[in-house]
Structures are given as structure tokens and as C-alpha cells.
Design a protein around this ligand. Structure first.
Ligand code: GAP
Length: 459
């Protein structure tokens, strides 16, 4: 049953991630039986569990482990005036060019990253055959019609960020939770953007989930909190296993800043497509609250009832994406190695991100007593954790399957179990195996899942 020492052959590409996600039921192309829909994906069982873990760890760090942040779940469709006030109707756009020759559409500011539809031209505009139009601004918000009558009065927008739902609830939270800045409101939920150049699997899609927190602070503390949240968010990614040297903080140049931001830094991850944004931390000043105060005629400010002091708080916003974070965790976890002359593909996910925490495996799937003991252990463990029972096929194949979905531990029930009530525990990363009393497995697993974890992958 024991496996030999592994030899690593580190190589990860986006194609390998896409293929593993499909093969093991993490992520499927959406509406595939109708030919799919570009850059839209459906999450399968393990994808749902893993993405839920990403969101749960984020909420834990933002809300459960702190006293100064509360949770919110606002509507996806808001009063359209919200988007007028926020500046999204006016300014949430990308410059676009069309090519009259290849009929494709490109972002004017990203031509060097785009691929022309005709050969031999590589990038749009590179050869004289390319015939590009002048850039036009293209609004990224997806609109829809509300109600039965299709007139202009019923146009509404699917939110392009969750942040505005937070701003328009500022007064509710301030009053009901009796908050004093600094305090924050955290929200996880879907956002939608009519991206011109979606792609790279989960990295850029038109429908995605954001994890955003607006932190309201006294104006003269804004810079200090901006730096604080850059550190906090960087540390969250390393806490859940991303290699530190695959992460970096990149401050935006002045010409990159959004219309509302006075300073923004991206936490970038070294994806197979190169260094790319994982999350942005922005100093939004008082833009959001002031705009909504002006447009709604509701004063969104903090008033100290004891001193009478009043001010519009400034906002520091860490804004990440659940799908993009999951992609980074998958990329960082993907590993291939040779074990006993055979290739092993393994997802070295942090145990708290892994979709399944442990597998319970009877060594011989048709052995009545082994099956009964394994089922009893499985029933005990599943009350506390996401665990799997598997009795089909050769044990080596079952281990490999669990490796590919990133299950950190496997408990195997064998002949010795029936004699001395011990089980084998196999560690996904080291492949080490040891024996443990059956009665201590649940406690062992509880404790193992709480332990700090560091990837054995080289930096
Ligand atoms: N409220 C600020 C805001 O929305 P953003 O940088 O546009 O800022 C925040 O988005 C995060 O949301 C990004 O860092 C990324 O993780 C995620 N995100 C944005 N657009 C995305 C898309 N089209 N597909 C997947 N994730 C996206």
C-alpha cells in the first residue's frame, strides 16, 4: 500500500487547469449541449465546495474574526439612479475599436494583448490589412428591462460591482449597528460586466462573484488604513497557501486610477498568463457617499452625538473576486510528480480551501466487515466535515482520484483494522502513511484541519 518518495516536475499551464477542472467536475463550460457560451462557466460539485470555502474564509477574516465589520447582502438590481450617482453610467467604459477586415472587436488600450482574426497579422493594427475604426467608449454595464412594458423608463442594470449596494445601505448600518468610524461593511455576491475581451478561463468572465468590503474611516486616517488593508489582504492569500513570491503589490499609475479613486494598489498573482490582478485595494475618498448624498438628498455622514462633530467618512475598499481567487488557489496548488515511475497529478490546496477534507476507503471494496467499519467512520466524520466514502476500484486509483481533487487526508480500513482497531492515514502531500487508533480519527482530523499549512511546492 505504501507509495515511494515523489520526484516533482513542476509545470502548470491554464490548459492543464481547465482540463483538470473539467475532468474532475470542478468547472464545466456553460450550456455546453447548445455549443456553450463564450467565457461562461458552470461550477460542478467540487468547484462549488471549493469556491464556498474561499468565500467562507474571506467572510471569517472580514467579519467573524473582527469586531468592526458587519455583513450585508444587497440586491443585484438597484434603482438606476444609483448608477447615475456612482458615475458608472457615465464613466464605466472601455475604449473599443472594430476591425473592418477581420470583423473582430478589441480594447483600444490592450491591442498588444489581442489576437487578430486573420493571419499573418498577430496583433490588431500590426499590418496594413488591419483596418481599425477610431476608438469608441463602450459601457460595460449589462442592462435589462423590468416589468412587462419595454420602454426606456423600465431599464435597469445588473450591478457591475457590489460596492454601491453597500454605500446605499450606509445609513441603515450606521444607525442600527450604532457604528463609529472606522467600521466596515462586507459583501459577497454576483456582479456582471459586458467585458469586451473576457477569457483565460475563470480569470475574466461576464458573470462573476466579488468579495468586497467598504471600510469607512475618519478622513485624516485614510492613508493609514489604505496601507493597513493592503497588508491584511496580502496576508490573507499567504495564510491560505499562495506562495509569497508568486504575489506582489503593484500601485496604480495615476492614469490607471478609476474615476473615484485617489490611490489604488493591486495584489497581483503570477498566473500562467503572467502577473495579473487578483484584488484591488482602493482609497475611494468620500466620492461614493458624497455622490449618493447629492443624488438622493439623504445625508450620508457620521455625526458624533456626544461632541456634535460631523463628517463624511472616507472609504478604503479591498475588492477581490471569488472566482479569480479560486483560480489562483488552483494554479498554485497544481502539481505533477513521478511516483514509482508513474505520473501523479495532485492539487496541493490548503486543507481549509480543499473541497473534500478526507476520504474514507475500505481497502477491499467487497469485504463486508471492512465496508461496515469504513461506513461507520464515514458517518461519524461527515457530521463535522466534507468527507467522501469510496469503495470502488483499486486503492491506488482511489488515492489518485482524491489527489486530483486535493483531498488532504485518506483513512484506509484494512485487515489490520479488523484485528486491532487501527487505520492507515495517508498524507496527500508527503505520501507518508501512519497508523492511528480508529477512535482517534475524528479528533485527529479536527486538529489537522486547524494546523497552519505551507505548500511543499518549491517557490
Ligand atoms: N468595487 C471595485 C471593483 O469592482 P475591480 O478591480 O473592477 O474593482 C474587483 O474588481 C475584483 O473583482 C477584481 O480584482 C477581480 O478579482 C474581480 N473581477 C473584476 N472583474 C472580473 C471579471 N470580469 N471576471 C472575474 N473577476 C472579476
Amino acid at each position: 500500500m505504501a507509495e515511494t518518495e515523489p520526484r516533482t516536475t513542476d509545470s502548470v499551464t491554464m490548459d492543464k487547469i481547465v482540463s483538470l477542472c473539467r475532468r474532475r467536475g470542478f468547472v464545466f463550460p456553460s450550456s455546453e449541449i447548445y455549443g456553450g457560451l463564450g467565457s461562461a462557466y458552470d461550477y460542478g460539485h467540487y468547484g462549488v465546495l471549493a469556491k464556498n470555502n474561499v468565500k467562507a474564509r474571506w467572510l471569517e477574516a472580514m467579519v467573524q474574526e473582527r469586531d468592526d465589520i458587519v455583513a450585508l447582502d444587497s440586491s443585484i438590481i438597484l434603482n438606476p439612479s444609483v448608477w447615475e450617482a456612482s458615475g458608472h453610467l457615465e464613466g464605466f467604459s472601455d475604449p473599443l475599436v472594430d476591425c473592418r477586415t477581420c470583423k473582430l472587436r478589441f480594447r483600444a488600450d490592450k491591442l498588444e494583448d489581442a489576437q487578430c482574426g486573420r493571419k499573418p497579422s498577430k496583433h490588431p493594427g500590426e499590418t496594413k490589412d488591419c483596418d481599425l475604426t477610431e476608438p469608441r467608449q463602450f459601457n460595460l454595464m449589462l442592462s435589462t428591462k423590468l416589468g412587462a412594458v419595454e420602454d426606456t423608463g423600465s431599464t435597469a442594470y445588473l450591478r457591475p460591482e457590489t460596492a454601491q449596494g453597500i454605500f446605499v445601505n450606509f445609513k441603515n448600518v450606521l444607525q442600527l449597528a450604532r457604528r463609529k468610524p472606522p467600521f466596515g461593511i462586507a459583501q459577497v455576491g454576483k456582479s456582471f460586466r459586458n467585458e469586451i475581451t473576457p477569457g483565460n478561463f475563470l480569470f475574466r468572465t461576464r458573470e462573476f462573484e466579488q468579495m468586497e468590503m467598504e471600510y469607512f474611516v475618519p478622513p485624516d486616517e485614510a492613508d493609514e488604513w489604505y496601507r493597513y488593508w493592503i497588508d491584511q489582504r496580502f496576508n490573507w492569500y499567504t495564510r491560505y497557501g499562495l506562495r509569497e513570491n508568486h504575489l506582489r503589490v503593484r500601485p496604480h499609475d495615476p492614469d490607471e486610477l478609476s474615476h473615484y479613486s485617489s490611490a489604488t494598489s493591486d495584489i497581483e498573482y503570477l498566473f500562467p498568463i503572467g502577473w495579473s490582478e487578483l484584488e484591488g485595494i482602493a482609497n475611494r475618498g468620500d466620492f461614493g457617499l458624497t455622490q449618493h448624498t447629492n443624488h438622493s438628498a439623504t445625508k450620508l455622514e457620521y455625526v458624533d452625538s456626544a461632541t456634535g462633530e460631523r463628517y463624511t467618512p472616507h472609504v478604503i475598499e479591498p475588492a477581490g473576486g471569488a472566482d479569480r481567487a479560486l483560480l489562483a488557489f488552483l494554479v498554485d496548488a497544481y502539481d505533477e510528480e513521478i511516483v514509482a515511475d508513474r505520473q501523479r497529478t495532485v492539487l496541493r490546496l490548503h486543507p481549509q480551501i480543499a473541497p473534500v477534507k478526507a476520504a474514507v476507503l475500505p481497502l477491499i471494496g467487497r469485504h463486508e466487515q471492512m465496508v461496515a467499519t469504513a461506513r461507520a467512520l464515514y458517518e461519524e466524520l461527515r457530521r463535522r466535515h466534507a468527507v467522501e466514502y469510496d469503495d470502488s476500484g483499486a486503492i491506488g486509483r482511489r488515492y489518485r482520484r482524491q489527489d486530483e481533487i486535493g483531498t488532504p487526508f485518506a483513512f484506509t480500513i484494512d485487515e489490520q483494522t479488523l484485528e486491532d482497531d487501527t487505520v492507515t492515514i495517508r498524507d496527500r502531500d508527503s505520501l507518508a502513511q501512519e497508523r492511528l487508533p480508529l477512535s482517534s480519527v475524528a479528533g485527529y482530523l479536527d486538529e489537522a484541519l486547524e494546523r497552519p499549512w505551507k505548500t511543499p511546492k518549491p517557490d
